[in-house]
Design a protein around this ligand. Sequence first.
Ligand SMILES: *Cc1c(COP(=O)(O)O)cnc(C)c1O
Length: 356
Amino acid sequence: MSRYLNPKYKNLEAYTPGEQPQNMKYIKLNTNESPYPPSDGVLSAVNAKEASLLRLYSDPESKDLKKAIADLYGVNEKNVYLSNGSDDILNFCFMAFTSENTGAAFPEISYGFYKVFADLYGIDYDRIPLKEDFTINPADYYGLGKLIVIANPNAPTGLMLSLDDIEKIIQENPENVVLIDEAYVDFGGNSAYKLIDKYKNLIVVQTFSKSRSMAGARLGFAFADEELIEDLEKIKFSTNPYNVNRLTTAAGLAALRDNQYYMDRCKEIIETRNFTTEELVKLGFEVLPSNANFIFAKSNDIDGLSLYQELKNKGILIRHFSDEKIKDYNRITIGTREEMEAFLEAVKTILKEKKI
Ligand SMILES: *Cc1c(COP(=O)(O)O)cnc(C)c1O
């Protein structure tokens, strides 16, 4: 740290992303990326002609992309927001909808970035414990007067709240914004985006990073009432209006045209998830019922950190969190069927070696 850093950031603890080894020698099941490549349409959309246009700024209003998303989801363009990944949207929401007087509230076990944003803006926040079975108790979020942030399905548990529960939380928070982070909704979740017509305090955030195989392109989108979208646009135009770049725009448009390809890949991932869950249960694991492209699992024979380390020695990366309440578990991204078979073989070998 330099002596020039603003003292208010002195104790800020930044988010720790999962490992991104820059050689491809690992089977990578640690950051919830898709194991499948982008669609052919995306591969040909990011071409030399598009690259030659890079001398020009991108459209700061992202009109074409907004229209394509609005058409696909059956909403008005004025209810769509776009930014450089959904992390960027989360950041802008904390910036826009919290203050000295309005803090934030989110589950104690959830996406680690929420706490980082809350610390970054120096606001007051509640980390609300999950129930014993890792589910969220909706009533804990009623009438808090704070920005409510809930990942649905939740990470890293993969567990889902029903739309009725979400709607109740929105109704019980008329004085503040409720943000539903749906990074994993395409893997079996139920989106709340249709509720934006009914509630002025709801924002639903999604991303091209997971279900649309574009984590490296950085494209997130959100649905909300027109006034909330205007607030977010104000923040974006006060920081970085061109934050959705030209190549990402071209890729995003092509991905939306090829929507069926992605929904088919999601179906495949769901099948592989169910297969992997059954096999792990046979090996004596407890696996939470997941609605995401990962599973959260714990072995009764080996602790979470050792399993992570031994798999890494065998060239397979999964994610372990050292947080006391979840340290027995690992989060395992669902890869291709072949990758998951290799993962299961490695787990079997590790458990066998342990027993000798
Ligand atoms: C992956 C993830 C994000 C971030 O997605 P990007 O669009 O790549 O920034 C946001 N929320 C949750 C819960 C995630 O798992």
